[in-house]
Design a protein around this ligand. Structure first.
Ligand SMILES: CC(C)(COP(=O)(O)OP(=O)(O)OC[C@H]1O[C@@H](n2cnc3c(N)ncnc32)[C@H](O)[C@@H]1OP(=O)(O)O)[C@@H](O)C(=O)NCCC(=O)NCCS
Length: 332
């Protein structure tokens, strides 16, 4: 079964509620209809119900079974204001400013508080909002998972060649969030991505920490950053199969892995690759997609206490449906 179909099947088994804050974008309405039709999740759209319904009717979209909540008139608003003031009290957030954030046009803070308070299992946004705005609202409302300081992201890359990773599937991180992670952040990204590889593929993660050097072939502070990250990751997750620093060919191709990193449990067999920074990660996934012909599924956020996922602003309705299915599975 195709990976997306597996994820959809999993989502249907234990129905979760996903909030879509960007109801003013017509793709969200079409997606909401499909999600409910396919039984992937319960959907909450945020916005003025009259406007949302009018827009749906004009487009012939049926929103049966979709809940529409207006943050401005919601009975929950007062408790969300109190909650957000409490979370941000160290930053001196006033009730007035909290109310402004929670009733802002993008609905991102209201959606985040819904997820934090358990009124929704997860959130999907980013069809109109920037990645930075989605992330900032999520970090400030939901916060990070216990023991994790770094929110990051991963892509599931479905390559054309079954010899790579796990039957052609390789997890790439971080390609979307952290511009310049230090060793601690890189280690956290590695541990979190390994956990998601296991959760979504049901296989043991083999994590390669990528660099322009393999096992001391070059000396540079950027190489030290990666080797230190390997040490920290081993402390965070002693059973994790992780190795580095490794060049991409040594990580992915068995004959080169054997030559450059003999005896490594990961080299040549990696199903998770961790890039040293956002430049290499973002460029790496796009080259793999565009020149290598791989399908890139993501970015999927990790490290938040509860799931939020960010869409590309060029997303299609089917992209939204898929990401909602993914978010629903994370919420389980
Ligand atoms: C994540 C991001 C929004 C942080 O933005 P920023 O302007 O650096 O934010 P700040 O430094 O003002 O930090 C805002 C808050 O988030 C926290 N934070 C920032 N990055 C974080 C991370 N990766 N994990 C956890 N918390 C983070 C900060 O500690 C700060 O917390 P505080 O408000 O409680 O003090 C920013 O790095 C970003 O936009 N990344 C996305 C890059 C991008 O555009 N990718 C698109 C390519 S697909």
């Amino acid at each position: 079964m195709h990976l997306i179909d597996k994820i959809k099947a999993k989502a249907k088994l234990n129905l979760q509620t996903v909030v879509l804050p960007e109801s003013y974008d017509e793709r969200m309405l079409y997606a909401a209809e499909k999600i409910v039709e396919q039984g992937l999740a319960k959907v909450v759209l945020l916005g003025n119900p009259d406007k949302v319904k009018e827009s749906a009717t004009a487009k012939g979209v049926k929103l049966d079974g979709v809940e529409i909540v207006d943050p401005n008139t919601s009975a929950k608003l007062a408790s969300y204001v109190d909650g957000l003031v409490e979370i941000r009290k160290k930053k001196g957030l006033t009730p007035e400013d909290a109310r402004k954030l929670l009733t802002a046009e993008d609905n991102l803070y209201y959606a985040g508080m819904m997820v934090r308070m358990g009124d929704a299992g997860g959130c999907v946004a980013g069809a109109t909002s920037t990645t930075g705005n989605v992330l900032r609202a999520s970090i400030q409302t939901i916060g990070t998972a216990a023991g994790i300081k770094t929110v990051s992201s991963f892509f599931i890359m479905i390559t054309k060649d079954a010899k790579f990773g796990e039957d052609g599937v390789v997890f790439f991180a971080d390609c979307a969030v952290n511009p310049n992670p230090d060793s601690q952040a890189l280690a956290e990204i590695a541990v979190a991505t390994a956990g998601n590889c296991k959760a979504f593929l049901d296989v043991e993660a083999k994590v390669a920490m990528l660099s322009f050097s393999t096992k001391g072939s070059a000396t540079h502070p950027d190489v030290d950053k990666v080797t230190k990250a390997v040490e920290i990751a081993k402390q965070l997750a002693p059973d994790l199969l992780i190795d580095g620093e490794l060049q991409a060919d040594a990580a992915l191709i068995p004959s080169i892995g054997e030559k450059k990193a003999p005896g490594s449990a990961v080299a040549g067999k990696a199903n998770v690759v961790i890039f040293p920074d956002l430049d290499s990660g973002n460029i790496g996934y796009k080259l793999t997609e565009r020149i290598g012909g791989a399908v890139a599924f993501g970015p999927i956020l990790q490290g938040l206490a509860k799931p939020v996922n960010d869409l590309s602003r060029g997303c299609s309705v089917d992209d939204i449906v898929n990401v909602v299915a993914f978010t629903a599975v994370q919420a389980q």
